[in-house]
Ligand binder design. Structure first.
Ligand code: CTP
Ligand code: MG
Length: 165
């Protein structure tokens, strides 16, 4: 495959995870998943991880997989989309859990963790049905932080996000 084909393949593979992650930001809010509970004096996850964000990410990411499966006439893309989305929203939760344990408050930046948590969770679960080739995986790791920071920067400027990371 040529470089540009590899890049497009990587973007299509990870796209449901991007939709899941953005949907959580766009539609999130309301009741936090940890219900406000703490562990050793710190929030388990924090107010930034809500049921609505988790649910909308899972649903809209899966719908993206469905649409991709129809467009590309590939049935595997629906279960893949579901697993990528579940992995994305769960990876994001896992990172928040970790951030709270090391003493970072909700919204405090954790370089690379904030940008890659959801994509790594997505690849982990997505690999159950379709593991990406090594080159595709490396491309995902390289392009996701840039795309994530750009998208979040825009989200911040239009008032959707409280901080630009
Ligand atoms: N969000 C949500 N539910 C989720 C994930 C995200 O409601 N499961 C929304 C929240 O409004 C959150 C915003 O998306 O503030 C941005 O997500 P993120 O940057 O991951 O959360 P932070 O608020 O920065 O919190 P943390 O420090 O835990 O990452
Ligand atoms: Mg954040």
């Amino acid at each position: 495959m040529t470089g540009i084909n590899l890049l497009i393949t990587a973007l299509i593979y990870i796209f449901p995870a991007y939709v899941a992650n953005s949907s959580a930001v766009f539609f999130g809010g309301g009741k936090p998943i940890d219900l406000g509970k703490t562990l050793k004096g710190r929030r388990i996850l924090g107010d930034g991880k809500t049921f609505r964000g988790f649910g909308s990410g899972l649903v809209l990411g899966t719908v993206t997989g469905l649409i991709l499966s129809i467009i590309m006439k590939n049935n595997e893309l629906l279960p893949l989309g579901f697993l990528l989305s579940l992995g994305a929203v769960s990876g994001d939760l896992a990172a928040s859990f970790f951030k709270r344990r090391i003493g970072l408050e909700r919204g405090e930046p954790a370089i690379l963790l904030d940008q890659l948590d959801f994509a790594m969770g997505a690849v982990l679960l997505g690999s159950l049905v379709a593991p990406p080739e090594g080159t595709i995986f490396i491309l995902i790791v390289l392009i996701t932080p840039a795309i994530h920071l750009t998208a979040n920067g825009i989200g911040y400027l239009i008032g959707l996000k409280d901080d630009p990371w």
